[in-house]
Design a protein around this ligand. Structure first.
Ligand SMILES: [Zn+2]
Length: 423
């Protein structure tokens, strides 16, 4: 357990394996598709030979753990879903699409999430296997992020079109003005059109969205599609920031911007990137936090030495009120030391859950698909995943699977696909 956190690549890369294991014990890590594409991008780094880059990407992929972690759906898909009228919850939790409802042997109702193509790809990367398509994606991505003057032209064009906006002093003013401008009631249809054209959607989706817009009684885009509106606000602020020289025209800013589209799905965001540090305060809500990669690394090392000092297999709870992690638990989980008993119970249950996973693997427990299920009836979420011998074990021990829980599972079914459960 722990508050939800998103790491950008700068933070992710700076953490050692030991720190990563520690992170997953105190936080729930929300993995973003943009992190995966950035990892894949390393595959075609210039001036390095292929075996070197393969090794590097393999190691990075192994740092994405199973315990306390989840890959959230792609932001572009979520924007489209949002515009089509599907509710995208912005409750500091990752979004998983396409889950199937199910009913377990003991009659509880829940949902099963199949492995997504991204998760499947990740297994292959962890084994050091990359398809030709992936190599091409990597090349394409690298080309687009190293393109010089990517924003220079945009800036020139925009300066002619946006001369009506007042000269903007600082980022805070910029952000406030953007909010006002994209909220002007008379301009809503026009703004929606511009935003949708930037998404480069197929004709059918565009028709569906505008049909809904016309049928809907929403006065504003914010009411019509809250998540899409959030992204529109971020994107517009960024573009205006570039125009007014508040941000550089570095092409990687575009990649860094993408992380911000995932902020509604986490409590905490961590980055070491200059651009993020500059813009983040205007993007986060009051119930969210930011921590630099350096501070997070220091904090995790404090936790590690605290654990070593206590030398027990004790519960993973932050004890030192001066650490960021303690403060985050306080702020985002309402944590206080008198809740220790409650946490102890949770930890017990988590231990039981690991046993249940092992049991489920042995029995290959099957769930019946069931279409009619209400959200309030959901008692469990089962996520299918595959684990390779060299990956971190799902129990969070920090050991390789082959040296940990794998030993408790019979040889025959060891490498079969199986499931983890989360309540
Ligand atoms: Zn284990």
């Amino acid at each position: 357990m722990g508050p939800t956190i998103i790491l950008d690549k700068s933070t992710f890369q700076s953490l050692s394996f030991e720190e990563i294991v520690c992170l997953h014990n105190y936080y729930f890590v929300v993995v973003t598709p943009v992190l995966l594409i950035e990892i894949l991008g390393d595959l075609t780094k210039p001036k390095q030979n292929e075996s070197e880059t393969i090794k590097k990407v393999k190691l990075l992929s192994l740092k994405i753990q199973h315990k306390n972690s989840c890959l959230t759906a792609n932001h572009r898909t979520l924007i489209i879903e949002s515009l089509l009228g599907n509710k995208i919850e912005m409750k500091r939790r990752p979004i998983i699409l396409h889950s199937k409802s199910a009913i377990s042997k003991d009659g509880n109702r829940g949902v099963i999430c199949d492995e997504t193509p991204e998760e499947k790809a990740l297994h292959n990367w962890r084994e050091g296997n990359f398809t030709e398509v992936e190599k091409n994606i990597s090349l394409f991505w690298r080309a687009s992020t190293t393109k010089k003057d990517k924003f220079e032209n945009l800036k020139k064009q925009a300066k002619n079109n946006f001369h009506l906006l007042p000269k903007i002093k600082d980022l805070k003013t910029l952000y406030n003005i953007i909010e006002k401008v994209i909220g002007i009631p008379d301009n809503q249809t026009e703004i929606l059109k511009v935003f949708i054209s930037s998404l480069q959607l197929d004709h059918e989706s565009i028709q569906k969205i505008f049909y809904r817009w016309e049928q809907n009684n929403s006065q504003t885009i914010n009411e019509f599609a809250p998540y899409a509106y959030y992204c529109l606000k971020i994107q517009s602020s960024f573009l205006q920031g570039v125009i007014f020289d508040k941000f550089g025209t570095k092409s990687t800013n575009d990649v860094d911007l993408t992380y911000l589209f995932y902020l509604p799905f986490c409590n905490i965001f961590s980055s070491e990137d200059k651009f993020h540090k500059k813009i983040i305060n205007f993007c986060l809500e009051k119930d969210q936090s930011f921590i630099s990669g350096t501070d997070l690394k220091k904090d995790l090392n404090n936790l590690i030495s605290e654990e070593n000092e206590l030398q027990t297999k004790r519960k993973k709870i932050p004890h030192n009120p001066n650490t960021y992690t303690y403060k985050f638990w306080e702020k985002h989980l309402g944590w206080s030391p008198d809740k220790e008993k409650f946490i102890a119970k949770m930890e017990d249950e988590e231990g039981k859950r690991v046993d249940q996973i092992i049991q489920a693997i042995k029995e290959s427990k099957l769930l019946q698909a069931n279409k009619d299920i209400k959200d309030t009836d959901i008692k469990f979420v089962q996520q299918k995943f595959k684990i390779m011998p060299d990956e971190f074990c799902f129990c969070g021990s920090g050991k390789k699977f082959k040296n940990c829980c794998s030993l408790k599972i019979s040889e025959k079914i060891k490498h079969k696909k199986f499931e983890k459960e989360r309540v």
